[in-house]
Design a protein around this ligand. Structure first.
Ligand code: C5P
Length: 245
C-alpha cells in the first residue's frame, strides 16, 4: 500500500438482520453455525483479517442486538479492530443505512459485506479497499458466469416463461461482497435512491457515478440454500487441513 493510502480509515458495515428463510427453519441466518462457529463471527473475522479495517459495524436483527453483541464479545478479534452492533430494519437496504448512520467521523472508505458470505479471503477484501483508496468511487468483486443467462417475462406460476433476451455471457459478472465505496457517495446514495435494490453498488450507479469490478473469489459465495452450508463446511475443512486455520 502507498504512503498516501495509509492515511485513509476504513470501516465495514455487515448487514446481518435477515431471517434467511431460504435456508429452512431455524435461527436467523447470520447466527447459524458453520463448523460450530456462527456464520456472522466468520464474516466479522474475514473483515478483521484485513489490516486496513479499523471498525466493523454489525447490523443485527431488530430485536437481537444484545444477543449479537454478547456473541461478538465472546469471540476473539484482532486488537486493532473495534466493533459496534446496531439494530437493523425490514430490508437489507434499511439495515445498511442504519449501519452507515452509526459510523464515526474520520472514516472515509466504507465496505458493505453480507454476513451470508462468511468465507471471503482477505486478499479479496484488500483488493477492494486498495481500489477505493486509489480513487474509485465504488468497487465490487465479481466473477465471470458459468451459466448462460436468460432474461424472461413473468408468467403464471408453473407456466413456461417466455425468453425476451440473452445477454452476451462474456460481458456479465456475478457480483459479491465486500463492495467498497467512498463514504460520501454511499451515504448520498442511501439518502436519495429509493426502490428495491439487491446491492449497494447499484444505488451508486443510479446516482450516475462510476462503479468498477475487480476479481472476486469463488470462496466468497453467498450461503443461501441448505447445500451452501455443506459447501461452506467443506471449504473450512479444506482450509484447516491445508494450513491449520
Ligand atoms: O436475503 P439476502 O441473502 O440477500 O441477504 C443479504 C444480507 O442482507 C444478509 O447478510 C442478511 O442478513 C442481510 N439483511 C439485513 N436486513 C434485512 C434483510 C437482509 O441485514 N432486513
Amino acid at each position: 500500500m502507498s504512503d498516501e493510502s495509509r492515511h485513509h480509515r476504513t470501516a465495514v458495515v455487515i448487514p446481518a438482520a435477515g431471517r434467511g428463510v431460504r435456508l429452512g427453519p431455524g435461527a436467523p441466518k447470520a447466527l447459524r453455525a458453520l463448523n460450530g462457529t456462527p456464520m456472522l463471527v466468520h464474516a466479522v473475522r474475514a473483515m478483521a483479517a484485513s489490516r486496513a479495517v479499523s471498525l466493523v459495524v454489525v447490523v443485527a436483527p431488530p430485536d437481537g442486538a444484545p444477543e449479537v453483541k454478547r456473541l461478538l464479545d465472546a469471540h476473539a478479534l484482532p486488537e486493532r479492530t473495534d466493533y459496534l452492533v446496531v439494530p437493523g430494519g425490514d430490508s437489507r437496504q434499511e439495515s445498511v443505512r442504519l449501519g452507515l448512520e452509526a459510523l464515526p467521523d474520520g472514516i472515509d472508505t466504507v465496505l458493505v459485506h453480507d454476513a451470508a458470505r462468511p468465507l471471503v479471503p482477505v486478499d479479496t477484501v484488500d483488493a477492494v479497499i486498495e481500489a477505493v483508496r486509489e480513487g474509485a468511487v465504488a468497487v465490487v468483486p465479481g466473477l465471470p458466469l458459468a451459466d448462460t443467462v436468460k432474461q424472461v417475462e413473468a408468467a403464471a406460476k408453473g407456466e413456461p416463461e417466455p425468453v425476451v433476451a440473452t445477454p452476451e455471457r462474456a460481458t456479465l459478472r456475478a457480483v459479491q461482497t465486500p463492495q467498497g465505496f467512498a463514504r460520501d457517495a454511499l451515504v448520498r446514495a442511501h439518502e436519495t435512491v429509493t426502490g428495491n435494490v439487491t446491492d449497494d453498488a447499484s444505488m451508486v450507479e443510479q446516482l450516475g457515478l462510476p462503479v468498477v469490478v475487480v476479481a472476486g473469489h469463488e470462496e466468497a459465495f453467498k450461503v443461501t440454500r441448505p447445500l451452501d452450508l455443506v459447501l461452506a463446511e467443506a471449504v473450512l475443512a479444506r482450509r484447516r487441513a491445508n494450513d491449520g486455520f
